[in-house]
Ligand binder design. Structure first.
Ligand code: FAD
Length: 338
């Protein structure tokens, strides 16, 4: 492994360039602070993930989002006015003959795939990718984080947006002593995994309007045609998500076996003549929070400024992550301007 002895001195370090981290950075950069985002991934977005296969594209993490609060709706309207997001549906069928019953909430998707929203939010921000932090420890003036390649990040304040077990692991590796109430609150947060199958197919696929079905209680919770969604004009790419229980059950299986199980569930929706050109598996260990912290963010007690945020704080999903990121930024501003 390469070693990189760079030392960075942002005022505020944001760990994680997913929805929560990007929203927090967008708010904080309006103030006179040096803000740096770091992410272990090769791109921004975290679970806002779009993959290219052959000439096509598929969203393989988050598929769509809702905007139920006035605060998030304002952001969504700005994105819509720029053509960045579009209304995809107002509800999903389950693949049975019964028609989908719209529930009144628009579901939005992103032009070019969900990751394009993250890329747009990242414009003008200072971030470092492929940077996996391995330890975070308090210092006399704030925090010091270390990456797996030896980079050091010294900052006055930190916002942690990874899934709670990953944030705790970072702090434990830095031998940071959390107040017991903070640790207990973080340890109570739980997530369900998700196994995703991505398929490039040639031939008809039998999915209800508008090209997706949702069955929250079934083994397969979601199947969508990314071409009909409008993000993959050149090729038919299908996304299949196993539900939480089935994902848990398949988790220990070798990848080829897990993928074969997902393919078996997709097959009845494909015409006999439809060929699968390529199939890929993606495993999301922390896909959706199942036990959440009650508030939109959590400020650590008795330590330099440290805020925990993400989709497990207050509300799940993209909207929850966005609102959590904004709440974390506001909380940090309160602390820094006190
Ligand atoms: C399969 C799947 C389907 C989903 N479907 C939907 C949907 O249809 N609608 C919806 O609203 N939501 C959906 N979600 C949930 C939605 O994607 C998330 O709620 C949201 O994207 C979470 O954003 P976040 O910023 O909290 O976390 P993340 O996006 O997970 O961001 C955290 C970031 O932290 C980084 N990180 C972690 N550890 C470190 C480290 N040590 N060093 C550096 N970086 C680190 C990670 O790389 C990651 O980029 C889905 C999620 C999955 C996985």
């Amino acid at each position: 492994m390469n070693t990189d002895l760079s030392h960075f001195y942002p005022d505020i370090l944001i760990v994680g360039a997913g929805m929560a981290g990007l929203m927090a950075a967008n708010m904080l950069q309006k103030y006179d602070f040096g803000v740096m985002l770091v992410d272990k991934g090769p791109g921004v977005g975290g679970r806002l993930a779009t993959r290219r296969i052959g000439p096509g594209r598929a969203d393989h993490g988050a598929q769509f989002f809702t905007a139920r609060s006035a605060e998030f709706s304002r952001w969504v309207e700005q994105w819509r006015s720029k053509g960045l997001v579009f209304r995809w549906s107002t509800g999903w069928g389950d693949g049975s003959l019964a028609k989908a019953k719209p529930d009144g909430y628009p579901r939005y998707a992103v032009t070019g795939g969900m990751n394009a929203l993250a890329q747009s939010l990242a414009q003008g921000l200072n971030f470092r990718l492929n940077t996996r932090l391995t330890a975070l420890a308090p210092t006399a003036t704030g925090w010091q984080a270390e990456s797996e390649t030896g980079q050091i990040f010294s900052s006055r304040a930190v916002i942690l947006t990874p899934p709670a077990p990953q944030s705790l692991a970072l702090l434990d590796a830095g031998q940071t002593k959390l107040a017991s109430l903070t640790r207990t609150a973080l340890e109570r947060i739980k997530y369900a995994p998700c196994l995703a199958g991505l398929y490039w197919v040639d031939g008809p696929v039998n999915l209800p309007e508008p090209g997706a079905l949702q069955r929250p209680e079934a083994r397969i919770s979601w199947i969508a045609d990314n071409q009909r969604k409008g993000i993959s004009p050149e090729a038919t790419l299908i996304t299949v998500h196993a539900g939480p229980e089935y994902s848990q059950q398949l988790w220990p299986a070798p990848p080829a076996e897990a993928l074969a199980a997902l393919t078996g569930e997709l097959r009845p929706l494909l015409a006999d003549s439809t060929q699968i050109i390529e199939a890929q598996l993606k495993r999301w260990r922390y896909a959706l929070p199942t036990a959440l912290y009650s508030d939109r963010c959590l400020a650590a007690a008795d330590l330099p400024p440290l805020i925990f945020a993400g989709d497990a704080f207050g509300e799940p999903r993209i909207e929850g992550a966005a609102l959590s990121g904004l709440a974390a930024a506001n909380k940090l501003l309160d602390i820094l301007f006190k």
